[in-house]
Design a protein around this ligand. Structure first.
Ligand code: URP
Ligand code: ZN
Ligand code: ZN
Length: 473
C-alpha cells in the first residue's frame, strides 16, 4: 500500500474553501481532516498553498491529422505539458475518417495514447460519417467503451462537416444510451463562400481568416443545433463558444427552460482579433476556428461564466509549429487551424480571472475541473477533492510568479500564443492518482503512466427533463 499525506493546504472545491490535511492511500483520497497524524510513506507541506482538484481539459487534439499535417503534440508531450499546468486529465477527440468504422477510429486513438500518455485521458468520438453500420456501434461505444460524448462539426466543409440530417440522427441514437452530442458551431457553407470570395479578390493574408468567419456564422449554427436538440429533447454541449451573438442564442434557449452545456476556451477570454492584424505572417499563430473575437465578446464570456451560461473552460489545444503554419503563407485558408495552450489554462485563468475579480476561486474550480467531470461522466472520481475520489490534486502556490515563453514551455511547439505574459501563481506540485507527477517543475513520472478513463453516461435525469420540455413553446 502506498500512502501520501498533504498537510496544511487550503482545499478549494467548486463550493468550499477550508484548511485541512489530505491523506491518500494508493490512488484514492482516504481521509480529509485537521492535524492528521498518520504514518505515511511521504508527507508534503502545502502551507500557504491552495489544493485544487486536478484540472480537466475537455477539449484537446493530440497528434490530430488535420489540414494536411498533424498537431505537433503527441499524447506523451501534450499530457506532460498539461500536467505541468495542473491538468491531470484530458478528453481528446478521436475523429473518424470518412469510410472508417467508429471502432477503427477508437483503435487508432488508443494506439496513439495507450502506453504514451503521461496524464490520464478519455476520448470523445468525432463523427464524420454516420451510416447504418456505424450507427449500430454507438450502443457498445457508450456502454462498453466508456465513451458517452460524440462530436460533430458544422464547419470544415468537404472535410469534417456533417449535415443537419446526420446531426438529428446522431442525437437520436446517442440519447438512447445516455450519451451527449457536442458540436463545433459555425455555418460551414457561409464560411466556404466567404473564403472563396476573399481568395478570388486576392485577399490571402492571415487577417482574412477572421474576416471570413464572422460571429453571425457561429451564432447561426449555435442557434440551429440548440433548436435541433430542443425539438428532439436531446442534451447538447457547445464546444469553444467565442462570441456574444452565439451566447445570446444560448440565453434565448434558457427562456424555454432548455439546458445547454457550453464550453469556452481560455484564449477567447484573454485574446482578441487585433492579433490577426499583426505585421506579416505573425497573425497565423492565432489562426484557429472559430477565430478570436472582440473585446465585447470577451466581456460577454466572463459574464456568461458568472451567469451560469458557460460551464467549462477548455483549451482546444491543437498546436502547429511555424513551419506547419507556413503551409498557408500565401493562402490563409491553408494555415492549419489551432494553437497551443494546455499548459497555461489554469495559471492564466487564475491570474486574469480570479485575481482580476472576474470569477471567484470556487468558480475557477467549477469550470476547470468539476463541471467537465460532471458533464462528461467522470464525477466524483475526477473533478473533486472528496473521500473516495481519485487523488488528483494541484498544489498551487499563489506567491510564485513566472513568465510564459516558448523557451520554457513543455508544448512541442516553437511559439507560444501567450509569449511574455506574466502569470501570478504556479501549479507547483501535481499529484496524479496518489503519485507525485510533477514537483517544482520536475517531472517524476514517465510516459505510459496516464490511464484511459472510461466515462459514464451523461446525466440521465437531465435527459428526462429535456424530453419533457419538447413542444412546450
Ligand atoms: O482551430 C481549431 N479549433 N482547430 C482544431 C479543430 C477544431 O475545430 O476544434
Ligand atoms: Zn472546433
Ligand atoms: Zn477542437
Amino acid at each position: 500500500m502506498k500512502s501520501l499525506l498533504v498537510k496544511n493546504g487550503t482545499i478549494v472545491t467548486a463550493t468550499d474553501k477550508y484548511e485541512a490535511d489530505v491523506y491518500i492511500e494508493d490512488e484514492k483520497i482516504h481521509t480529509i481532516g485537521k492535524n492528521l497524524k498518520l504514518n505515511t510513506d511521504k508527507t508534503i507541506d502545502a502551507k500557504n498553498c491552495f489544493l485544487f482538484p486536478g484540472g480537466i481539459d475537455a477539449h484537446t487534439h493530440m497528434e490530430l491529422p488535420f489540414m494536411g499535417t498533424f498537431a505537433s503534440d503527441t499524447f506523451e508531450t501534450g499530457t506532460l505539458a498539461g500536467l505541468h499546468g495542473g491538468t491531470t486529465t484530458i478528453i481528446d477527440f478521436a475523429i473518424q475518417n470518412k469510410g472508417e468504422s467508429f471502432n477503427e477510429t477508437l483503435d487508432k486513438w488508443h494506439k496513439k495514447a495507450d502506453h504514451n500518455a503521461v496524464g490520464d485521458y478519455a476520448f470523445h468520438l468525432g463523427v464524420t460519417d454516420l451510416n447504418s453500420e456505424t450507427k449500430k456501434e454507438i450502443k457498445d461505444i457508450v456502454e462498453k467503451k466508456g465513451i458517452s460524448s460524440f462530436k460533430i462539426f458544422m464547419a470544415y466543409k468537404g472535410a469534417l462537416m456533417v449535415d443537419d440530417r446526420q446531426i438529428i440522427s446522431l442525437m437520436h441514437e446517442v440519447k438512447k444510451y445516455g450519451g451527449i452530442v457536442t458540436s463545433h458551431c459555425e455555418n460551414g457553407d457561409l464560411i466556404d463562400e466567404l473564403v472563396a470570395e476573399a481568395k478570388a479578390s486576392g485577399n490571402l493574408s492571415p487577417k482574412y481568416h477572421v474576416l471570413t468567419r464572422p460571429a453571425i456564422a457561429e451564432a447561426e449554427a449555435t442557434g440551429r443545433i440548440i433548436d435541433i436538440a430542443f425539438h428532439g429533447g436531446h442534451p447538447v454541449y457547445i464546444v469553444h463558444l467565442t462570441c456574444e451573438e452565439a451566447l445570446n442564442r444560448v440565453r434565448e434557449a434558457t427562456k424555454r427552460n432548455q439546458v445547454v452545456n457550453v464550453e469556452t476556451c481560455v484564449q477567447y477570454l484573454l485574446l482578441d482579433e487585433s492579433l490577426y492584424f499583426s505585421v506579416g505572417f505573425e497573425g497565423s499563430k492565432w489562426v484557429m476556428s472559430p477565430p478570436l473575437r472582440k473585446e465585447k465578446d470577451r466581456e460577454a464570456l466572463w459574464r456568461g461564466i458568472n451567469q451560469g451560461l458557460v460551464h467549462t473552460v477548455a483549451t482546444d489545444h491543437c498546436p502547429f509549429c511555424m513551419d506547419q503554419k507556413k503551409m498557408g503563407e500565401n493562402d490563409f485558408s491553408k494555415i492549419p487551424n489551432g494553437a497551443p495552450g494546455i499548459e497555461h489554462r489554469m495559471e492564466l485563468l487564475y491570474t486574469y480571472g480570479v485575481l482580476e475579480n472576474k470569477i471567484s476561486l470556487n468558480k475557477f474550480v467549477e469550470v476547470t475541473s468539476t463541471n467537465p467531470a460532471k458533464i462528461f461522466g467522470m464525477f466524483p472520481k475526477k473533478g473533486a477533492i472528496s473521500i473516495g475520489s481519485d487523488a488528483d490534486i494541484v498544489i498551487f502556490d499563489p506567491s510564485i510568479s513566472h513568465i510564459i515563453s516558448a523557451k520554457t514551455h513543455h508544448h512541442k511547439c516553437d511559439y507560444s500564443a501567450y509569449e511574455g505574459w506574466k502569470v501570478k501563481g504556479k501549479c507547483k506540485t501535481i499529484v496524479l492518482r496518489g503519485t507525485i507527477a510533477i514537483d517544482n517543475g520536475k517531472n517524476l513520472i514517465n510516459k505510459g503512466f496516464g490511464r484511459y478513463i472510461k466515462r459514464s453516461p451523461y446525466n440521465k435525469e437531465l435527459i428526462e427533463t429535456e424530453k419533457t420540455l419538447v413542444g412546450t413553446t
